[in-house]
Design a protein around this ligand. Sequence first.
Ligand SMILES: Nc1ncnc2c1ncn2[C@@H]1O[C@H](COP(=O)(O)OP(=O)(O)OP(=O)(O)O)[C@@H](O)[C@H]1O
Ligand SMILES: [Mg+2]
Length: 466
Amino acid sequence: MGGAAVIPLSLAAVAEITGARPHLVTDPAATVDTVVIDSRAAGPGALFAALPGRRADGLDFAPDAVAAGAVAALAARPAGVPTLVVPDVPAAMAALASAVVARLPGLTIAGITGSAGKTTTKDLAAQLAERLGPTVSPYGSYNNEIGHPLTILRVTAATRYLVLELSARGQGHIARQCEIARPSFGIVLCVGLAHAGEFGGLAEVARAKGELPAALPAGGVALLNADDPRVLAMAGRTAARVVTFGRGPQAVVRAAGVRLDDQGRPGFTLVTPEGSAPVRLRLFGEHNVTNALAAAALAGELGLALPEVADGLSAAVARSRWRMEVTQRPDGVTVINDAYNASPEAMAAAIETLAVMARGRRSFAVLGPMYELGDRSRAIHEQVGGQAARAGVAGLIVVGEDAAPILAGAKAEGSWHGELLWVPDVGGAVEAAAARLTPGDVVLVKAAHSAGLERVALALTGEVAQ
Ligand SMILES: Nc1ncnc2c1ncn2[C@@H]1O[C@H](COP(=O)(O)OP(=O)(O)OP(=O)(O)O)[C@@H](O)[C@H]1O
Ligand SMILES: [Mg+2]
């Protein structure tokens, strides 16, 4: 991750904010204006946060960072160079992020949570907010205990909007992120099965996501998906004004006349209290209509005029990779790389989009496992197999031991006559798909991130060697 641009603070101020013990610090007045975690990104004005890595300890790179101009290291132990010593480096980064936000009362913060679509919606919302003023938002899904503060630390005195993705692996996670930088606008997209196993069920997922509306101030706005009863119920957990979005007629911000073009890109009329305007998304898949409505509802509340909202949505591109990323090969094969992640909802949405894009063409699905589904895992994988079969794929290539129940689900679909295949790994999947694809075919590649199926898609598009 590259440099971060915090508003200038003296080392003494940073030490005070983080409760650090200075070690070998000779110039407490030296100015910090960026925080980096990679010594190669360090330069004059940088504070190098030394984190323990998987292969190396960041502390070992502190001398490199200082040699490159960094003012000091922020580390758990003295690093042999000027160091602000703190017991917990991520916690110190969070404290610093909070302090920076507190110094910028003109900054408007929006948080986005939900079981699926956070990154997509965040990227859409950020592209709309940029039309109103300088905007900071995370790269990709970079929103863990390091990424969250680092993103916030990129704001400067010129930043007007901070659009954050808030994710939870358990109760209290979102509340904690909201304490670091309190949003006044909060979107909740859906309560779904992603990570539901870890949470212990949908009610628990709803409780965790509801921490965002609960954190909003009375002057804020909670943007809630009216199509999801568990999300709509969060209206009772917020002091903020509620604005709904969704596909149903009851939502305040909704879509009329949704249709997909032959590539699976949705077009619709955006309907808001301000009026209606036509939108044609560049993103693929009908599920993105909901994400676009959420972003539109937020942008409208931020003060962006309806024509600008509609125009911005139509111009917005997918910024984060491997989410329904569509590549046209020179030979006419279409590769849909949706290997970033796979919740049951996302899997269903992707197969639905494949079916639309495949009208009149042969389609293939290369599907790997979904994780963190608890004891419903087998049944959910079987359902996915059934759905792929009903979508009429010419071939279903199931990747890996953990995805094997998909086979049973597809087999149970008696009227389907496509080819069903199991391969053990990425290499097998590339080989099987490459051998079957002929000009004009369309292939979807999707699984949990950890299955690494983006390598299948990248091999099929020629971005990496097969
Ligand atoms: N509204 C939606 N309903 C169902 N699936 C969706 C929706 N929005 C996005 N998806 C699918 O979910 C997957 C992840 O999308 P995205 O990265 O936007 O979600 P996320 O909530 O940020 O995920 P993560 O929890 O990994 O950060 C993609 O495969 C995408 O196609
Ligand atoms: Mg994400």
